[in-house]
Ligand binder design. Structure first.
Ligand code: ZN
Length: 369
């Protein structure tokens, strides 16, 4: 049985306790707790385990890049340890497990880090050039960054719907792209990618790069929630993946795969999975890598559910920067939790079943079992 933990601290305790289990078969495994800032107890915890014989294969599992998504990530990680770890070969397979990349966001139940930055838009180098990106972002200001305190829920629902209707002539796809692709100018706006690499980003870049270069073959899986259909996990390929979504689905025997491109997903910049996938292709072309994200859908993927999800994202951000009434705050707390951490036990059952299917398919096809 695996559970979604109740707090960041209890989740971290459970994660740290895995070191014992892992050390049974990977002697010399290590736990590293990286403090993200002085005077704070927030840590990125990493368990690394070297193979006993030869460094051939590396499995990296990362969670909580989007803070709050780390609760489901933590449950999935525990599931992996219980059900799949026993099938890996400690002779030739190394492990790198990360919990969570964004501890601030996990503790305070938000997607962003302390500086208001979406870390999955932050894995970039040239931030100056990125400023020019997404030039339509400000034109949707009334809809996506309204900039006033949040009033009562009924009023805000009507106002939001009105703003959607006013923006719709530009096309639903245009709104989706503009809102979600990330932006590098408005530091209190949604999907802000930052003006510079964040501490969390630099730490993860260092630790993953140095592990990846020691092995011939890497599988990197990053766990997320909130995107895609509610009752089916989506496996998301990075833009530089050469397999098409269809080829990936057949190879891994999973029902739903999308590639990050405007037709299937949405264009994003600063994406972590793409950063490491591209790094291997360009710096170590002789090495093999599969890198992908598990996206456990929550609200659903219809147009109306997409609008609902955008509204939750916008209002949560509005409350952070501009405040609002207590009723609005309670309302958003419930909605935001449901968007990234659904309360329905059946949802969690299905999420676990989908995770099993993906672990089984990917790790068999990549010959990790
Ligand atoms: Zn995410």
């Amino acid at each position: 049985m695996t559970f979604i933990p109740a707090t960041y601290e209890s989740s971290r305790e459970k994660f740290r306790a895995l070191l014992n289990t892992i050390s049974d078969r990977w002697p010399g495994s290590r736990l590293l707790s990286h403090f993200i800032e002085a005077g704070s107890d927030l840590t990125i915890d990493v368990i690394s385990a070297n193979p006993t014989n030869e460094k051939q294969k590396l499995l990296i599992l990362t969670t909580g890049l989007h803070g709050i998504e780390g609760y489901v990530g933590s449950g999935i990680l525990q599931l992996f340890i219980q059900e799949y770890l026993p099938r890996l070969d400690p002779g030739n397979t190394g492990l790198l497990l990360v919990h969570p990349i964004n501890p601030y966001g996990m503790k305070y139940r938000t997607r962003i880090n302390k500086n208001g930055i979406d870390l999955n838009r932050n894995f970039e180098e040239d931030f100056r050039a990125l400023k020019l990106l997404n030039s339509h972002y400000e034109s949707l200001k009334n809809l996506i960054n309204p900039g006033h305190p949040l009033r009562n829920p009924l009023y805000e629902k009507i106002a939001f719907t009105w703003n959607v209707l006013k923006a719709l002539p530009k096309g639903a796809r245009h709104i989706r792209e503009t809102a979600l692709m990330g932006q590098y100018r408005v530091d209190n706006g949604i999907y802000f990618g930052g003006f510079e690499p964040q501490e969390e980003t630099k730490f993860i870049q260092g630790i993953l790069s140095s592990a990846i270069k020691q092995y011939n073959h890497t599988v990197l899986l990053d766990i997320h929630t909130g995107y895609g259909p509610r009752w089916q996990m989506t496996l998301v390929n990075p833009p530089s993946e050469k397999m098409t979504a269809n080829e990936t689905a057949i190879r891994f025997k999973v029902p739903l795969v999308v590639g990050v491109n405007p037709d299937e997903f949405y264009t994003i910049h600063g994406d972590m999975i793409e950063y490491f996938h591209k790094m291997v292709l360009s710096e170590y072309p002789e090495k093999k890598i599969y890198a992908g994200s598990f996206e456990f859908g929550t609200y659903g993927d219809s147009l109306l559910e997409g609008i609902h999800s955008l509204r939750t994202t916008v209002f949560e951000n509005t409350l952070r920067w501009h405040g609002g009434s207590d009723t609005a705050r309670d309302w958003m707390k419930r909605e935001y939790n449901e968007l990234f951490l659904p309360s329905d036990p059946e949802w969690w059952q299905k999420a676990q079943a989908d995770a099993r299917c993906a672990f089984e398919g990917i790790l068999s096809a990549e010959k990790y079992f």
